[in-house]
Design a protein around this ligand. Structure first.
Ligand code: ZN
Length: 131
Protein backbone atom coordinates (compact mmCIF):
# COMPACT_ATOMS: atom_id res chain seq x y z
CA UNK A 1 0.00 0.00 0.00
CA UNK A 2 1.17 3.52 -0.70
CA UNK A 3 3.25 5.09 -3.39
CA UNK A 4 6.47 3.39 -4.34
CA UNK A 5 9.26 5.86 -5.02
CA UNK A 6 12.17 4.36 -6.92
CA UNK A 7 14.28 7.48 -7.15
CA UNK A 8 14.35 10.97 -5.73
CA UNK A 9 16.04 12.30 -8.87
CA UNK A 10 14.49 15.11 -10.85
CA UNK A 11 12.81 13.66 -13.95
CA UNK A 12 13.68 16.76 -15.99
CA UNK A 13 17.46 16.49 -15.64
CA UNK A 14 18.02 13.18 -13.86
CA UNK A 15 20.87 14.66 -11.87
CA UNK A 16 19.69 16.40 -8.72
CA UNK A 17 17.16 15.44 -6.08
CA UNK A 18 13.66 16.63 -6.88
CA UNK A 19 12.97 19.22 -4.24
CA UNK A 20 10.87 22.36 -4.72
CA UNK A 21 13.73 24.79 -5.29
CA UNK A 22 15.43 22.48 -7.76
CA UNK A 23 12.27 21.66 -9.72
CA UNK A 24 11.01 25.24 -10.08
CA UNK A 25 14.23 27.30 -10.01
CA UNK A 26 17.52 25.46 -10.23
CA UNK A 27 17.08 22.62 -12.72
CA UNK A 28 18.96 23.25 -15.98
CA UNK A 29 15.80 22.45 -17.98
CA UNK A 30 13.79 24.99 -15.99
CA UNK A 31 16.48 27.68 -16.12
CA UNK A 32 16.83 27.26 -19.88
CA UNK A 33 13.06 27.54 -20.31
CA UNK A 34 12.83 30.69 -18.17
CA UNK A 35 15.83 32.21 -19.95
CA UNK A 36 14.17 31.55 -23.32
CA UNK A 37 10.97 33.22 -22.09
CA UNK A 38 12.91 36.30 -20.98
CA UNK A 39 14.77 36.41 -24.30
CA UNK A 40 11.45 36.32 -26.16
CA UNK A 41 10.34 39.26 -24.05
CA UNK A 42 13.57 41.16 -24.88
CA UNK A 43 14.59 41.05 -21.22
CA UNK A 44 18.34 40.75 -20.79
CA UNK A 45 19.04 38.89 -17.56
CA UNK A 46 21.20 36.03 -16.41
CA UNK A 47 18.84 33.60 -14.69
CA UNK A 48 19.68 33.16 -11.01
CA UNK A 49 19.14 30.24 -8.69
CA UNK A 50 16.48 29.63 -6.06
CA UNK A 51 14.59 32.39 -4.36
CA UNK A 52 17.00 34.97 -5.83
CA UNK A 53 15.26 34.66 -9.21
CA UNK A 54 11.83 35.04 -7.66
CA UNK A 55 13.03 38.10 -5.73
CA UNK A 56 14.35 39.59 -8.99
CA UNK A 57 11.01 39.02 -10.71
CA UNK A 58 9.07 40.58 -7.84
CA UNK A 59 11.46 43.56 -7.76
CA UNK A 60 11.56 44.23 -11.52
CA UNK A 61 8.08 43.52 -12.71
CA UNK A 62 5.69 45.90 -11.02
CA UNK A 63 2.90 47.91 -12.60
CA UNK A 64 0.51 47.20 -15.43
CA UNK A 65 2.58 47.52 -18.58
CA UNK A 66 2.15 44.87 -21.23
CA UNK A 67 5.61 43.51 -20.45
CA UNK A 68 4.76 43.11 -16.75
CA UNK A 69 1.48 41.41 -17.56
CA UNK A 70 3.16 39.07 -20.05
CA UNK A 71 5.96 38.24 -17.60
CA UNK A 72 3.38 37.42 -14.90
CA UNK A 73 1.47 35.18 -17.32
CA UNK A 74 4.74 33.59 -18.43
CA UNK A 75 5.83 32.93 -14.86
CA UNK A 76 2.51 31.25 -14.06
CA UNK A 77 2.67 29.28 -17.33
CA UNK A 78 6.26 28.37 -16.61
CA UNK A 79 5.38 26.85 -13.23
CA UNK A 80 2.30 25.10 -14.62
CA UNK A 81 4.13 23.66 -17.62
CA UNK A 82 7.08 22.49 -15.50
CA UNK A 83 4.67 20.55 -13.32
CA UNK A 84 2.84 19.24 -16.40
CA UNK A 85 6.12 18.17 -18.03
CA UNK A 86 7.29 16.51 -14.83
CA UNK A 87 4.06 14.52 -14.57
CA UNK A 88 4.10 13.65 -18.27
CA UNK A 89 7.57 12.19 -17.92
CA UNK A 90 6.91 10.49 -14.61
CA UNK A 91 3.48 9.01 -15.31
CA UNK A 92 3.12 9.09 -19.09
CA UNK A 93 6.63 8.31 -20.24
CA UNK A 94 6.52 11.28 -22.63
CA UNK A 95 9.36 13.79 -22.87
CA UNK A 96 9.32 17.17 -24.57
CA UNK A 97 12.18 19.50 -25.35
CA UNK A 98 12.43 22.97 -23.84
CA UNK A 99 11.31 24.47 -27.16
CA UNK A 100 8.09 22.46 -27.16
CA UNK A 101 7.23 23.50 -23.61
CA UNK A 102 8.01 27.11 -24.54
CA UNK A 103 5.64 26.83 -27.52
CA UNK A 104 2.80 25.78 -25.18
CA UNK A 105 3.48 28.70 -22.85
CA UNK A 106 3.52 31.12 -25.81
CA UNK A 107 0.19 29.76 -27.07
CA UNK A 108 -1.38 30.13 -23.64
CA UNK A 109 -0.21 33.74 -23.39
CA UNK A 110 -1.42 34.51 -26.91
CA UNK A 111 -4.87 33.20 -26.01
CA UNK A 112 -4.92 35.28 -22.83
CA UNK A 113 -3.85 38.43 -24.72
CA UNK A 114 -6.67 38.20 -27.26
CA UNK A 115 -9.17 39.98 -25.04
CA UNK A 116 -6.82 42.75 -23.95
CA UNK A 117 -6.56 46.27 -25.30
CA UNK A 118 -2.92 46.74 -26.28
CA UNK A 119 -1.23 50.02 -27.17
CA UNK A 120 0.68 48.99 -30.29
CA UNK A 121 2.04 52.52 -30.75
CA UNK A 122 4.66 51.59 -28.13
CA UNK A 123 7.30 49.68 -30.14
CA UNK A 124 8.05 47.41 -27.17
CA UNK A 125 4.41 46.30 -27.02
CA UNK A 126 4.39 45.74 -30.75
CA UNK A 127 7.54 43.63 -30.49
CA UNK A 128 6.07 41.55 -27.67
CA UNK A 129 2.91 40.88 -29.66
CA UNK A 130 4.88 39.78 -32.70
CA UNK A 131 6.94 37.34 -30.67
ZN1 ZN B 1 16.40 18.80 -12.62
Amino acid sequence: MGLSIESDKCVLCGVEAEIRDHLFFDCDFVRELWGDILTLCDVTHRVSYGDRELAWIVHCFKGKSLLVRVIKLAWAGHAYDIWKERNSRLFGGKTRLVGNVLKDIKETIQIRLKGWTINNVDPRNDSLCVK
